[in-house]
Design a protein around this ligand. Sequence first.
Ligand SMILES: Cc1cc2nc3c(=O)[nH]c(=O)nc-3n(C[C@H](O)[C@H](O)[C@H](O)COP(=O)(O)OP(=O)(O)OC[C@H]3O[C@@H](n4cnc5c(N)ncnc54)[C@H](O)[C@@H]3O)c2cc1C
Length: 458
Amino acid sequence: MGEGRGPQPRVVIVGAGLAGSLLATLLGRRGIAVQLFERRPDPRLAGAERGRSINLALSARGLAALEQVGLREEVMKLALPMRGRMIHDVDGGQNLQPYSADGTRSINSISRALLNATLLDAADATPGVTIRFGHRLTELDLDDGLLTFDTDAGPVPERADVVLACDGSYSAARRAVTFRQGFTFGQDYLGAGYRELTIPATAAGEFAMDPAALHIWPRGESMMIALPNADRSFTCTLFWPTEQLESLRTDGEVLGYFRRHYPDAVELMPTLAEDYRLNPAGSLVTVRCRPWVHRGSPRGEGDGGEALLALVGDAAHAIVPFFGQGANCGMEDCIEIDAQLAACGGDWATALERYQCNRKPNTDAIAELSLDNFVEMRDRVNSPVYRAKMASQHWLERRLPGRYVSRYELVSFSTTPYADIAGRMRRQNRATAGAAGAVTLAALAAARAWQHRRDEAQ
Ligand SMILES: Cc1cc2nc3c(=O)[nH]c(=O)nc-3n(C[C@H](O)[C@H](O)[C@H](O)COP(=O)(O)OP(=O)(O)OC[C@H]3O[C@@H](n4cnc5c(N)ncnc54)[C@H](O)[C@@H]3O)c2cc1C
């Protein structure tokens, strides 16, 4: 990084999404001047894009990060707590699976636009932070520390000593290093894509389903989920192999498919055909790359024009959304950078190396957990074996508080490093294998008996 330019390096953040606006606020509060560039117009004025992840589940890690900038309470006022999964059968039956052993802990449904607006307001109000909307990064030359932004007024150059790339899964900043020697990069598309749909409030202005749950319709090949919104609607997301998502061409085909597979939901979706036609299909990608930190090469002796680059949030590690952790995890990145900067007395090169070293194993771990959870949500959540396993885990959690904690709780209700979760699960499973087996068998027998009674009654 350039030397001899005085104590304050020029810091640029690319992308004012969830990670970028949080990171700008954290750095500004540390007295670091930051320029934050965003390709879109100000979303607080322009509104959200149609059909693009309208709400998301915020849990312990995101809340801990928001706490650091004093926003936890403000954000929680905008959020709706969801205490468990409500599973919808094809025949219209529903069963609630609490997320925690005592049934009281919740993940929180929040409007992405409101969360982003709150974070942007905080960045705006932080001395030293300048936000420039309508600036799309098109080129990044690390050797010269030069960024070029596309704007309505033409290309705008900008110089930086430190570039923090928070520009999402398809990061333009990352493209600048993709062909560097030693850069390992993988972008894996899940066979399934998604389409967002709506369950509006009822005519009486009420929620059409229980708002204290995340609703899941597991159907094997396809799956739909729904999260509540503050206006008493639900945003539904249908996950389905991409080619299938595109296979329903007419309104009649859409309605026919939903009546067969999601009959209880279709009754609550008066704009289903229109939403299906107009909302774009999104894709789901896992990005794995390393290193996250890059350094430009000086052009000549004493040049000092080179810059440091670090990838942050989805730009470093986009994951599939089935554990509801992408944004939570990106916010944890920001906290780690801030903490390392404090620990290293503002030495950016060391702080960013440590950030990468500490975060990479964790983001690798949550990427795998998220892929596993897709199979669990889509195929297993409604099976008697799965329900029995959950019941036995909750029993163990109540009996052995602190000594047995389920994987879901460790991911969503704790800030235990993701990379430590698998090892902890193995250890506690070994220690409790006998008890867990006995309880699972008992719970399984009870679930089978219940299913038998229900089948007899039909
Ligand atoms: C369907 C779906 C559901 C999800 N649900 C959840 C959930 O429940 N919980 C959860 O924690 N996560 C969830 N996620 C993941 C979450 O949305 C992402 O992990 C999170 O948004 C990443 O934040 P980010 O700031 O890194 O990137 P982004 O939110 O993508 O922000 C990137 C920003 O950079 C800007 N930008 C892009 N390119 C440029 C450029 N060239 N120049 C300037 N600016 C640029 C963009 O406009 C954007 O503002 C979900 C994702 C999807 C797709």
